[in-house]
Design a protein around this ligand. Structure first.
Ligand SMILES: NC(=O)C1=CN([C@@H]2O[C@H](COP(=O)(O)OP(=O)(O)OC[C@H]3O[C@@H](n4cnc5c(N)ncnc54)[C@H](OP(=O)(O)O)[C@@H]3O)[C@@H](O)[C@H]2O)C=CC1
Ligand SMILES: C[C@H](CCC(=O)O)[C@H]1CC[C@H]2[C@@H]3C(=O)C[C@@H]4C[C@H](O)CC[C@]4(C)[C@H]3CC[C@]12C
Length: 275
């Protein structure tokens, strides 16, 4: 079905003039999404903690042709940041068309060490703030019949080693947004939710975190970012990237979970426990 289904036509014109918030936009996949959206002449509101970095990305977006670009720096463990971002969208644009939730907090790749406080903090940044941003954005998204994009991971569908706190936050996203999608459909609210299930991507932070303990090669972040935007513009339920390896993993998980677990384990060397 995947190979023979008519691939819907994506056209970059779909994003021209669209009002888009991108979180985690100062580096990695978020930065690349901002650049693609700028080339497509969208209006952009970018956010991340490091002002110098997110300002630099905003300036590059203006050079690339963004219809407009602004930023607000702040941490997503702040309870006031979601309201501040959505108020900025309301005051500047009078509405919102697409909310791209992409940021993640710092998390080490190592055996779980019993640090429950770290799990709590990471849940706050990687999950609760996504709920808060969505709650604040929904009134405008209902008005515009817009889209919510949730950037998740194959680690939010299968349990890999050394990333228990991070994986828990990604599983939480799947549960919450899959349920919310059902409610929006039942309520005949035309707001799409696109969940992005990503494999290993060559961002600086991911490569720094795992290149010494993982056998597989990462996929390109710019292509990943474009696939996310394409899937969101087509209002797809899910984006799987890299498409074949993620499909194989998810198929393996449902057909032979123990075999998949051993394959994933074989993909990792044991991390240095002091890391
Ligand atoms: N790279 C990969 O292999 C994979 C990535 N993904 C997902 O893709 C998304 C992006 O990952 P990637 O690009 O690699 O990550 P990066 O580390 O490159 O980017 C993370 C972004 O989040 C921001 N950020 C970090 N902490 C906070 C905070 N407390 N509040 C607000 N913003 C914060 C960072 O900016 P700053 O530090 O300035 O705040 C940065 O802009 C994530 O959701 C991740 O789970 C999924 C699977 C694989
Ligand atoms: C090695 C994993 C792929 C296994 C498979 O294909 O079955 C990677 C898939 C998801 C990656 C993690 C992820 O979701 C992003 C995190 C980003 C952080 O900055 C650190 C690295 C990650 C934990 C990253 C590590 C590789 C994966 C588990």
């Amino acid at each position: 079905f995947y190979f023979y289904s008519a691939s819907e036509d994506f056209n970059e014109e779909m994003l021209r003039g669209k009002r888009v918030i991108v979180t985690g936009a100062s580096s990695g996949i978020g930065e690349q999404m901002a650049y693609h959206l700028a080339r497509m002449e969208a209006h952009l509101l970018l956010t991340a903690r490091t002002e110098a970095r997110v300002q630099k990305v905003m300036e590059r977006c203006l050079e690339l042709g963004a219809a407009s670009a602004r930023y607000i720096s702040g941490s997503m463990d702040s309870p006031t940041l979601p309201e501040q971002l959505l108020r900025e969208a309301e005051n500047t644009w009078g509405g919102l068309d697409m909310l791209i939730l992409n940021h993640i907090g710092q998390s080490s790749v190592r055996f779980f060490d019993g640090d429950v406080e770290h799990v709590r903090q990471l849940m706050e940044i990687n999950f609760i703030s996504y709920v808060a941003m969505t709650t604040a954005a929904l009134p405008m998204l209902k008005e515009s019949e817009g889209s919510i994009v949730v950037v998740s991971s194959v680690a939010g569908r299968t349990g890999g080693p050394f990333i228990a706190p991070y994986s828990a936050t990604k599983f939480a996203l799947d549960g919450f947004f899959s349920s919310l999608r059902q409610e929006l459909i039942m309520d005949k609210v035309n707001v799409s939710i696109t969940l992005c299930i990503l494999g290993y991507i060559n961002t600086e932070s991911a490569v720094r975190a795992v290149s010494h303990i993982i056998r597989s090669a990462p996929a390109p972040k710019d292509e990943c970012a474009l696939e996310i935007i394409r899937g969101a513009a087509l209002r797809q339920r899910e984006v799987l990237y890299p498409p074949l390896s993620i499909r194989a993993t998810l198929l393996g998980r449902s057909i032979a979970p123990e075999l998949l677990d051993s394959i994933v384990r074989s993909n990792f060397h044991r991390p240095n426990t002091t890391a």
